[in-house]
Design a protein around this ligand. Structure first.
Ligand code: AMP
Length: 463
């Protein structure tokens, strides 16, 4: 099947060719004809399936019919990274259309965004908080919006943005076309669909099933040996670009620093970092100068790096959906990838839940030559109970809302790294924070302090 079959506007088709897409992905094959007709649509698809082009291409096609110089399409994204990536996609795919797009999000100054709006744009890609700021200040007129796209609606819900979405929808006039994309369809999103969409068509691609092009391997390990095992895995596996997930912002920072001390080119990506720090980290990872990115779930949303070869769950995610989202970062489109998960005794329930989704047992491996018997530097049972490492056994659920566990307040001293760690070229830590939580200028990548902006609403998540 080729893109010609859709009868897209020739200028849009030229963009597809320039981008090098030859064949539509399954979500594109299903969604494009429906959206071109002007129908509302629910797209159940995770990132990595080509879902962005599935709405961008027919949106560009439709926008060619409407007057220029006013906002006719609005895309709402949960994170700044996703907003930027979507905007980039629009600019590439739509480069011959003459349509203009800008992204709007918090955490950066509003003036440049305002200038962009005033220059005249047809497409706005925005995070809800800053978008509403602009609308309420009268900077932005949404009354001509013909196409509204709500992207990653389930994440929007996780991040508490649904009330903002409802307010945004009230600012739009009817009738308009509305598209809603989500990896999962929890009841709150169903309710939103009923309120906001009109007789929608529904297309589904691989809902909540982890990508098939990825092989999944579990590495059982004691909690205090996770870091040495991770380093040994990095040393012995044929990795190129590795995305490592840890449970909290603090664990992300600490792990990134430990890997950096071992000589890896690594950056942290977590919600407390300033916008430029996040951009720096993502650009370094995308252009290959950083081989490892250690991230929290929310910070990595929408991260679009085609070359990711391995996703490593340093910590098991709290829900099966979160696993699916993480693993969606590798094996994108037709690439294959590997997913390693370091599992402890606390993760048994979650493994069972994942195996129910996979409908088969997950492969378990032991890393040859790794000392699984090494003791923690301070044996956990020698410490007072309140200082013992570990977390309460998680309750396993299949929905997206993380289970609220009380996190450990103290941890045992970090174990010594295993013998034989490779010493790759000294890397840079693009962004890091001190133990007091203050921003620390990045080594070799520091930028003037004036570029640091206060963290705004779009980053006010716990992960
Ligand atoms: P998405 O699911 O939108 O995040 O897309 C994942 C990746 O697939 C992006 O890097 C896209 O550029 C790429 N992609 C989207 N559609 C196609 C296609 N038809 N052929 C090849 N790559 C594609």
């Amino acid at each position: 099947m080729s893109f010609e079959i859709f009868n897209l506007n020739p200028k849009v088709l030229s963009g597809v060719r320039a981008q090098g897409y030859t064949e539509p992905t399954p979500i594109q094959a299903q969604a494009i004809p429906i959206v071109i007709q002007g129908r509302d649509l629910i797209g159940l698809a995770q990132t990595g399936t080509g879902k962005t082009a599935a709405f961008v291409l027919p949106m560009l096609h439709r926008l060619m019919e409407f007057p220029k110089g006013r906002v006719t399409a609005l895309i709402v994204s949960p994170t700044r990274e996703l907003a930027e990536q979507t905007c980039e996609n629009i600019n590439v795919l739509g480069k011959y259309t003459g349509l203009r797009a800008i992204s709007i999000y918090g955490g950066v100054g509003a003036d440049a965004q305002l200038r962009g709006i005033r220059r005249g744009v047809e497409i706005i890609v925005a995070c809800p908080g800053r978008l509403l700021d602009h609308v309420l200040k009268g900077n932005l007129d949404l009354s001509h919006v013909e196409v509204l796209i709500i992207d990653e609606a389930d994440r929007m819900f996780d991040m508490g943005f649904l009330p903002d979405i409802r307010t945004i929808v009230k600012c739009l006039t009817k009738p308009r076309q509305t598209l809603l994309f989500s990896a999962t369809m929890p009841p709150d999103i169903r309710k939103l669909v009923q309120e906001v969409l009109h007789n929608p068509a529904e297309v589904k691609i691989g809902i909540s099933a982890p990508a098939e092009s990825v092989s999944h391997v579990l590495y059982p390990v004691k909690p205090h040996l996770k870091t040495p095992l991770l380093k040994e895995l990095l040393r012995t596996s044929d990795t190129d670009s590795v995305l490592v997930f840890a449970r909290t912002k603090h664990r992300v920072e600490k792990l990134a620093q430990q890997l950096q001390r071992s000589g890896y080119k690594v950056a942290a990506l977590q919600g407390d970092m300033s916008q430029w720090q996040r951009q720096e980290a993502m650009e370094g990872f995308r252009d290959g100068s950083l081989k490892i990115l250690v991230a929290t779930d929310i910070a990595a949303r929408g991260l679009d790096v085609l070359s990711i070869t391995h996703v490593i769950n340093y910590d098991m995610p709290d829900t099966t959906d979160a696993y699916t989202h993480r693993i969606g970062r590798t094996g994108r489109v037709k690439n294959t990838g590997e997913a390693y998960t370091l599992v402890t005794n606390d993760d048994k329930e979650m493994i069972r839940a994942l195996e129910r989704i996979f409908k088969k047992p997950l492969e378990t491996r032991q890393l040859e030559g790794f000392d699984y018997t090494a003791e923690a530097a301070i044996p956990a049972d020698a410490m007072p109970a309140r200082m013992q490492y570990g977390r309460p056994k998680p309750e396993v659920r299949n929905d997206r809302r993380p289970v609220q566990n009380s996190r450990p307040r103290f941890r045992s001293q970090e174990p010594k790294p295993s013998i034989g760690d490779k010493q790759p070229e000294r890397g840079r830590l693009v962004s890091s924070r001190t133990s007091t939580g203050e921003n620390r200028p990045a080594e070799r990548s520091a930028r003037p302090a004036t570029r640091q902006q206060p963290i705004r609403r779009e980053t006010s998540t716990t992960r």
